[in-house]
Design a protein around this ligand. Structure first.
Ligand code: CTP
Ligand code: MG
Length: 243
């Protein structure tokens, strides 16, 4: 009973970086606003977090030039606090702005789950696994999947130099879940050193922490290139059909 109280008093917050332009997607509008199974990509990503009971509130980082956000905001259920901050030049700057805003609500020991707006296929089941597995973890961790393909290291001319042992290699996904205070500190320190980290785990690693890898679903893909949208559509349709 005592243990359960200790766990439940810690709150979980979501932070969604959504201030990118989606260069690799090559579309006229940023990829997080492209239609996917009847609504914009970001609406799927946010709905999973907004509907998840153990998330206390959500912070979204959007671009200063973003004109599409108001449309999304009106469609979301306002069951919990949803706050918007302005993003930055790189994903890590957007996340830092979000962490700063979170201090208004959250305690340094609260958990923050950073989740890409461009990952619309996140499931409540993967959130369950992340929260359960990391509940008593001193560092935190992230959803990830083991690398499946054979990996090649190339030279500058595009010829294979070596086959890389993949047995210990993982793809880092999101959410990535860390304590607000420590993540804020490590991300600030990384940026101060000029490290433009591409995920939260890298900021933690740079400070000497070893985040835990929690195996997640392979269909939690990030919309990056045009063909990813059709795949995400297929996954969502399949889930709708099978329940
Ligand atoms: N992101 C952000 N602020 C930035 C850059 C990215 O909040 N300055 C967000 C994106 O909106 C996305 C997530 O970080 O939800 C993952 O980044 P990525 O897939 O790289 O998106 P983009 O940077 O938009 O795409 P690209 O790299 O192809 O330009
Ligand atoms: Mg990017």
């Amino acid at each position: 009973m005592e243990r359960r109280n200790a766990v439940s008093s810690v709150r979980h917050w979501a932070l969604v970086p959504a201030a990118g332009i989606g260069k690799r997607m090559g579309s006229a509008i940023p990829k997080q606003y492209l239609p996917l199974a009847g609504r914009p990509v970001i609406a799927h990503s946010l709905a999973t977090l907004m509907d998840y009971p153990r998330i206390a509130g959500v912070v979204v980082a959007i671009s200063a030039e973003d004109e599409r956000w108001p449309m999304i905001a009106t469609e979301l259920t306002a069951a919990k606090p949803l706050r918007v901050v302005t993003g930055g030049a790189e994903r890590c700057h957007s996340v830092l702005n979000g962490l700063e805003a979170l201090h208004a609500w959250a305690a340094p020991s609260d958990w923050v789950l950073v989740h890409d707006a461009a990952r619309p296929c996140l499931t409540a089941g993967d959130l369950d696994r992340l929260l359960v597995e990391l509940a008593n973890d001193p560092v935190g961790g992230l959803l990830a999947i083991p690398v499946r393909d054979t990996l090649k290291q190339a030279d500058a001319a595009g010829r294979i130099m070596a086959t890389v042992d993949r047995s210990h290699l993982w793809h880092a996904l999101t959410p990535q879940m860390f304590r607000l205070g420590i993540l804020h500190e490590t991300l600030r320190a990384a940026l101060a050193r000029g490290l433009l980290v591409t995920d939260e785990a890298a900021a933690m690693e740079a400070a000497g922490y070893a985040p835990r890898l929690i195996e997640g679903r392979a269909d939690n893909l990030k919309i990056t290139r045009p063909e990813d949208l059709a795949l995400a559509e297929f996954y969502l349709a399949h889930r709708a059909a099978t329940g």
